[in-house]
Design a protein around this ligand. Structure first.
Ligand code: ADP
Length: 240
């Protein structure tokens, strides 16, 4: 149950310290929410974990060191991430999007084989992300929330074990937020989940543990109530 472990992580852009010595542990099977004001370093932290930002220190997932590996190698080790804007193939159906993502996980040769029916992992992902009813619709016609879920589904069929989600409920309707909160709980049963999220109402309802970042460092950690009561957090984050 080792999950994600970050030690003394530093990311420096042209002398500017975006992440300045972060230690973070997210046990396997946990959902960890990361909050903090704009510019706190949240996205850069995820960029470092996924290999997009050059970093020093140590990042391990399930005991494997990630730092220094290429983006696609890190993805192959089970690390998946979504961006604030969903990146799906708009012209293709939901099913085709999932099928393509499953193909990435299987490797290029399997794309050539003749296929009969929907692979079981795709069927399962469709159900998990609640898109069975729209499986044959082009992804471009989906509601905003459904596109985010499709992206999560695409990570599922790629066998992602660690999900790094950047503001998944931004722009979602109330019902979509609720469904996403439930989906995160469901995902965490057999995955490790890290979510960057600003929406306090959502956090109050769905977050067990919250990590607060500020100026490239961890400022506070605990339940939503605990971090909200922390004077350091009130000063920099809530503006009290
Ligand atoms: P957050 O996600 O918490 O809003 P970011 O991780 O996006 O914060 O950014 C942290 C800081 O690093 C910001 O001041 C941002 O301007 C800076 N930054 C992020 N990416 C780059 C980059 N590629 N080059 C230079 N500075 C960057």
């Amino acid at each position: 149950m080792s999950g994600l472990s970050v030690r003394d992580l530093r990311v420096v852009f042209d002398g500017f310290v975006a992440v300045g010595g972060v230690d973070l542990d997210v046990p396997a099977g946990d959902v960890r929410f990361i909050i903090g004001p704009n510019g706190a370093g949240k996205t850069t932290l995820i960029d470092a974990v996924t290999g997009l930002a050059k970093a020093t220190g140590s990042v391990t997932f399930e005991g494997q060191e990630l730092l220094g590996r290429k983006v696609h190698k890190i993805a192959r080790l089970g690390v998946g991430r979504t961006f604030q804007t969903a990146t799906v193939f708009e012209e293709l159906t939901v099913l085709q999007n999932l099928d393509i993502a499953a193909g990435w996980a299987r490797g290029p040769l399997t794309l050539l084989r003749t296929r009969k029916g929907v692979p079981p992992e795709v069927e399962k992902a469709l159900e998990t992300v609640r898109l069975t009813g729209v499986r044959d619709k082009p992804a471009g016609t989906l509601a905003h929330g459904q596109k985010q879920w499709l992206e999560i589904g695409m990570l599922l069929v790629q066998n992602a074990q660690l999900f790094l989600l950047d503001e998944p409920v931004a722009g979602m309707s109330h019902d979509e937020r609720d469904a996403t909160g439930e989906l995160l709980g469901q995902l965490s049963k057999d995955h490790t989940v890290v979510v960057i999220e600003h929406d306090m109402d959502f956090l109050r309802r769905f977050a067990r543990t919250v990590t607060v970042m500020h100026a490239g460092k961890i400022l506070s950690e605990g339940t939503v109530a605990q971090v909200q009561a922390d004077p350091k957090v009130q000063e920099v984050y809530l503006g009290h």
